[in-house]
Design a protein around this ligand. Structure first.
Ligand SMILES: [Zn+2]
Length: 225
């Protein structure tokens, strides 16, 4: 049975309140409803809410063509790194003020990306990043000051997961996403929002077939890490 997992790792303090934006399916494109509600942690956690949004996006990709790209689809918090396959994706959710894994293990690449951001829009704010590091691909999303928006975080992380599914072994350019990713959240300058049917089909073709070792950070403090 083919299975695909998107596993999330919280780095730093998990938010206790957030904008609990839900996704809506609008003429084939997954968009977000207006962010109106705050959610406390009484009945769920931020990572659980993020996992649910990512499930919608990956499920659209899984079902975008026949046969389905995977029989089993799991989006969850990483609990055991020994279960992560090279066809899965791991996403690091970096709390405000917590150190980026990429910054820690790929300092030069980090500095270059932050420098590009500063040149492009005058500050060093970066929404997300994906780097093929020596010990595996690292995909990250950076939470903003204040309460994060679940849907925006999911869209940005899905964008980074598209970079993660680059065919590195075949020498493919990691930035294929920006011009051949199907538009919407794939395209920089769009706020990385909205997943189009084209993007779903493109990711369908990569979900279980592109195999890239994932970087599994040490010292995060979760079981198995
Ligand atoms: Zn990108």
């Amino acid at each position: 049975m083919l299975s695909f997992s998107c596993v999330l790792v919280m780095v730093g303090q998990e938010p206790t309140t957030w904008y609990n934006t839900e996704l809506r399916y609008d003429n084939g494109t997954w968009m977000s409803k207006p962010a109106t509600t705050h959610k406390a942690t009484a009945d769920t956690t931020f990572i659980d809410a993020l996992s649910q949004s990512l499930f919608h996006l990956f499920n659209a990709a899984r079902e975008a063509a026949t046969p389905k790209a995977a029989d089993v689809l799991v989006c969850s918090r990483l609990i055991d790194k020994s279960l992560v396959k090279t066809t899965d994706v791991v996403g690091y959710v970096i709390a405000k003020g917590a150190q980026s894994i990429i910054q820690r293990v790929e300092a030069a690449a980090w500095d270059a990306a932050v420098g590009r951001a500063k040149a492009a829009h005058g500050n060093t704010a970066v929404a997300g990043m994906c780097i093929p590091a020596k010990d595996g691909v690292i995909s990250e999303v950076y939470l903003p000051n204040g309460e994060p928006n679940v849907a925006d975080t999911a869209f940005t992380l899905f964008h980074e997961f598209m970079h993660n599914k680059t065919r590195f072994a075949a020498g493919e350019d990691i930035n294929w996403v920006h011009t051949r990713g199907g538009g919407g959240l794939a395209t920089p300058g769009t706020g990385l929002r909205g997943m189009t049917p084209e993007t779903a089909k493109i990711m369908h073709g990569r979900l279980s077939t592109v195999s890239n070792k994932q970087y599994l950070a040490t010292g995060i403090g979760l079981k198995g890490l």
